[in-house]
Design a protein around this ligand. Structure first.
Ligand code: SDX
Length: 432
């Protein structure tokens, strides 16, 4: 029977039966929870390439097929037909909302878009040239100091209000970080606008002038939010889960996720990818950078290329590539050279054996920066926008974990390769 399947591990002649569990879709898992207790040995998997850290019903990725599902729905269908707040509802509660449910959810989020006014003083403690990621990491962590009434993780009602607050306030906080960095006054949310339009207005409106949101730009940004919303147990989501497993309040957990996302190997790649495309500058310089990317002695990598899970096209990159075309045709931008370089770089790389043999394809970060730049965002705003989008994914995964009665604090072990026991030597007896 399927339920009785198990793997047999032999250690020094002794056999250990390890149950095999079957998922809805995807690879089977070998349950090794009893391994250390029975065999007194650890498994070793730095980078967790072969390790499932949890059960989840939220997002499924088939890296071989280049497939991404949110609660079973292909991301391509959601990007084409849904809205970011509808996707937020789907990720948080597991089903697409009815018209009434969606209206209620949008209303709840809209009514929490303002931040505590005292936060304005918190922002003023930063230097004007602080990276927006440094600011939003600090502000998110500080939110537990402003919203004490939603920090008790054992209370489902408080978990819910904290979730709504973070989804609603992240656009306001990210826009405030942008305004603060360019010396312009903060713009309050305008609740008759939709989520993406409100964010655009808070970023680009200045008091002396009216600001009219372009529907196509707002739609393109909403689609970018959808494409970044969740992605299984990536580094920042795993960080949120690990922080949450200690019982830390939700704001602290999401702040930890934001900090992790900042790394250039993760969410910081969208900023790095556009800067790389600009550094390449023209199509004729591509071979020089391809050569560097392939050189094992050169730390340079093609930013926006490669993925731990996708060994095929990242479906998000394909949608983003189409969106980049549409946006640049619509609003035009001096960024066309970057798009031309990106397309030619992708073509050349995908014909090169180094990339093909390692199954390196463009990922979500390869084209997103081109769109965000064309809309008018500076590169340092790209990762904050990724964080804004991913907050709903982090929260959904955190809620799933906290609600699991089997939840335990995450505490990996190690393979110790340092010094074994030795005696303390007084400084007077040490050589040298
Ligand atoms: C995101 O996990 C997620 O789901 C993340 C994310 C999400 O939505 O949350 O999808 C978002 O983080 C996307 C990834 C963004 N990062 C980048 O674009 C940075 C550039 N990419 C790489 O640094 C790398 O591809 C990673 C970090 C994304 C994946 O690294 P892995 O899986 O640890 O792969 P690896 O470093 O072991 O590389 C395998 C081989 C190596 O060559 P060899 O040692 O076999 O000779 O491929 C090479 C690497 O040198 N390689 C690259 C490369 N990526 C991998 N060579 C050149 N350019 C690259 N981009």
């Amino acid at each position: 029977m399927k339920g009785d399947r198990h793997a047999v591990l032999t250690v020094d002649g002794k056999q250990f039966k390890l149950p095999i569990q079957s998922p809805t879709i995807g690879p089977d898992t070998i349950d090794i929870r009893r391994l250390y207790g029975e065999a007194k040995c650890f498994t070793f998997d730095p980078g967790y390439t072969s390790t499932a850290s949890c059960e989840s019903k939220i997002t499924y990725i088939d890296g071989e097929a280049g497939e991404l599902l949110y609660r079973g729905y292909p991301v391509e269908q959601l990007a084409e037909h849904s809205s970011f707040l509808e996707v937020c509802y789907l990720l948080l509660y597991g089903e697409l909302p009815s018209a009434k449910q969606l209206e209620d959810f949008e209303c709840r989020v809209t009514n929490h878009t303002m931040v505590h006014d005292q936060m304005n003083y918190f922002f003023r403690g930063f230097r004007r040239d602080a990276h927006p990621m440094a600011i939003i990491t600090g502000v998110m962590g500080a939110m537990s100091a402003f919203y004490h009434d939603s920090t008790d993780i054992s209370d489902p009602k408080q978990r819910e209000i904290a979730s709504i607050r973070m989804i609603a306030k992240l656009p306001t906080i990210v826009a405030m970080a942008y305004k603060y960095s360019n010396g312009q006054p903060f713009i309050y949310p305008k609740n008759e606008l939709n989520y993406a339009a409100n964010f655009l207005r808070m970023c680009f409106k200045v008091p002396p002038q009216q600001y009219k949101v372009s529907p196509s730009v707002s739609k393109a940004l909403d689609r970018i939010f959808i494409l970044h919303a969740d992605h299984e147990q990536n580094a920042s989501t795993s960080t949120v889960r690990l922080a949450g497993s200690s019982g830390a309040n939700p704001f602290a957990c999401i702040a930890a996720g934001i900090a992790c996302l900042w790394g250039p190997a993760h969410g910081g790649a969208n900023e790095a990818a556009l800067l790389m495309l600009r550094e390449i500058g023209t199509v004729d310089r591509i071979p020089e950078f391809i050569k560097r990317a392939k050189d094992p002695n050169d730390s340079f990598r093609l930013m926006g290329f490669g993925h731990r899970v996708y060994k095929n096209f990242d479906p998000r990159a394909s949608i983003m590539k189409q969106s980049a075309d549409e946006i640049l045709d619509e609003i035009g931008s001096e960024n066309k050279p970057a798009l031309l370089v990106a397309r030619e770089l992708e073509r050349i790389a995908l014909e090169d054996d180094y990339f093909r043999s390692r199954r390196l394809y463009p990922n979500v970060d390869f084209y997103s920066g081109i769109i965000l730049d064309a809309i008018g965002f500076p590169t340092e705003m790209f990762t904050p926008i990724f964080a804004l989008s991913r907050t709903v994914g982090w929260i959904s995964q955190w809620k799933e974990m906290i609600a699991d009665p089997a939840m335990r604090i995450g505490r990996p072990r190690q393979m110790y390769v340092g010094e074994s026991h030795r005696r303390y030597v007084p400084v007077a007896e040490r050589p040298g």
